[in-house]
Ligand binder design. Structure first.
Ligand SMILES: [Zn+2]
Length: 215
């Protein structure tokens, strides 16, 4: 289903130095990044080499391996960075991880996140995403669903055969189980393409078959 006669593209990218799944969504030369992991300089090179115009950045949650490049990119291109405000408290804690990976720390006058609320959101003209609150891995964790394209971005709430940790700051075991049930009960079509925060991609059909927690 084209948006203004252009087919949107969804690309899963693995920016160094870790295995976080970042997702680049483009419609023509307009680009939106979900979970901008890695060094912002690497993203700048990628955007510039492809002549892309960054419109916004979205994070599934506030852990360092899902936000490291977001504040710097948002500042550089003067675009919003969306994060559920329940996770704002995790941003400074994220620096421990960034230090470990030798990445620039999030500090000083970095771009503050804009709260992302549950519900439908037009992220590019004609391209809609449903924001679904899925707390548990973190208090402000969200899942993004593109109903017109059958793409679901779960962050660390759900993996192909397991689910995210709940023992990190702000984690809650009951909440993550409820969030997984909530996603299950939303009855997404079996062929929905699911990108997890880490690891191999799946579909709703595969999750039903292979993930014992997806029920
Ligand atoms: Zn996480």
């Amino acid at each position: 289903m084209p948006v203004n006669n252009i087919e949107p593209k969804f690309e899963v990218l693995h920016m160094p130095p870790e295995n976080t799944n970042s997702v680049l969504v483009t419609v023509g030369t307009d680009a939106v990044i979900f979970d901008a992991w890695g060094n912002s300089k690497d993203w700048e090179k990628l955007l510039e080499s492809r002549g892309l115009r960054l419109i916004a950045i979205y994070s599934t949650h506030g852990h360092g391996d899902h936000i490291s490049a977001a504040p710097m990119l948002a500042e550089k291109y003067d675009v919003p960075w969306y994060l559920n405000s329940e996770d704002n408290v995790l941003i400074s804690w994220s620096n421990n991880l960034l230090k470990y990976f030798g990445l620039p720390l999030i500090e000083g006058n970095y771009r503050q996140p804009t709260d992302v609320e549950a519900g439908e959101k037009e992220i590019l003209p004609g391209l809609f995403v449903d924001v679904i609150e899925t707390p548990g891995h973190t208090p402000g964790g969200v899942t993004y669903y593109f109903p017109d394209y059958g793409v679901l971005l779960t962050g660390d709430t759900l993996f192909r055969d397991s689910f995210g940790r709940y023992d990190l700051p702000g984690g809650d075991a009951n909440a993550i189980m409820q969030s997984i049930s909530k996603l299950y009960e939303m009855n997404f079509p079996d062929e929905t393409f699911v990108v997890h925060g880490h690891g191999i991609d799946s579909t709703i059909a595969l999750l039903k078959k292979e993930n014992p927690y997806f029920k």
